[in-house]
Design a protein around this ligand. Structure first.
Ligand SMILES: NC(=O)c1ccc[n+]([C@@H]2O[C@H](COP(=O)([O-])OP(=O)(O)OC[C@H]3O[C@@H](n4cnc5c(N)ncnc54)[C@H](OP(=O)(O)O)[C@@H]3O)[C@@H](O)[C@H]2O)c1
Length: 249
């Protein structure tokens, strides 16, 4: 059986790294392209993943900066030359809200969390359309839900992160629109919420990584992403899925 080719952006850290581990551990037929904007970090991630012992599939590092069109084009050419198609695109790379005035925060957050992933999908669309069963997946957040943000009884209703929340709401809207366009062409589009898990999104101190001790294991997020690409969540295509169900808009 030929390999399923899976690209994960921002896979050198956090959710992306865990997803690469869980997916490559699930089947000898999965070839995971470990996307990293810094090539050295990508190579280090692949070495660490290969040392896990659980890996059954194959892994290759690939440089991709979602904010750099030349880098995205080069990644697309590499995938086309080596494999001729792409089965699964996991747009995972993202940032929390960077420092700066409100305009800077908006520009930087929307650039990486909204514009970057949409441009990556647009560039890789021809390769996805050559797959027999393509998936286009965006890693979003339950914090992007408008109705949860407006619900005073939601546990996160008082959490601010205004710009980050807005970026994920915008990403969710573009995901819905993509699903309407790409669904009839055979592409299954999803947004996936990893839940609150350990990563460098909030910073690099232990308190930041663990969100003050509240963050869970990112492998659980990897399992959610695996369930999507294995077709187990197909009934919820075009929605924001999490490990236990679907987030409201
Ligand atoms: N962790 C959580 O609790 C949580 C909850 C909900 C949603 N999420 C989402 O999960 C996704 C992954 O974040 P994470 O939590 O795993 O944080 P993380 O550990 O900081 O990982 C983020 C990844 O994105 C990469 N990245 C940032 N800007 C990039 C760019 N311009 N081009 C390519 N890669 C870029 C980072 O690369 P560098 O290492 O080079 O910076 C890193 O590999 C994000 O979309 C985030 O919003 C996370």
């Amino acid at each position: 059986m030929s390999s399923k080719i899976i690209l994960i952006t921002g896979a050198n850290s956090g959710v992306g790294f865990a997803a690469a581990k869980v997916i490559a551990s699930a089947s000898p037929n999965y070839h995971v392209l470990v996307g990293s904007r810094n090539p050295e970090n990508g190579k280090k991630a692949v070495s660490e993943l290969q040392a896990q012992g659980s890996i059954k599939g194959t892994l290759t590092d690939i440089q991709i900066d979602v904010n750099d069109q030349a880098s995205i084009d080069a990644a697309a050419k590499t995938i086309e030359d080596k494999f001729g198609h792409l089965d699964v695109l996991i747009n995972n790379a993202g940032v929390g809200t960077p420092n700066g005035d409100i305009k800077t925060q908006l520009e930087r957050t929307f650039q990486t969390n909204v514009i970057g992933p949409i441009v990556v999908t647009h560039t890789l669309k021809p390769l996805l359309l050559k797959s027999k069963s393509p998936y286009s997946i965006y890693v979003t957040s339950g914090l992007g839900s408008l109705s949860k943000a407006a619900d005073p009884n939601d546990p996160y209703s008082q959490a601010r992160y205004d710009v980050y929340r807005a970026s994920k709401a915008a990403l969710n809207m573009l995901m819905i629109q993509e699903s309407k366009e790409m669904g009839p062409k055979g592409v299954k589009t999803f947004a996936v919420c990893p839940g609150l898990v350990r990563s460098n999104l909030r910073g690099k101190t232990e308190a930041d990584v663990s969100a003050g001790g509240h963050a869970g294991d990112p492998d659980v997020a990897g399992q959610t992403l695996l369930s999507v690409i294995e077709g187990k969540r197909d009934a919820d295509v075009g929605k924001v899925v999490h490990k236990d169900g679907v987030h409201p808009w």
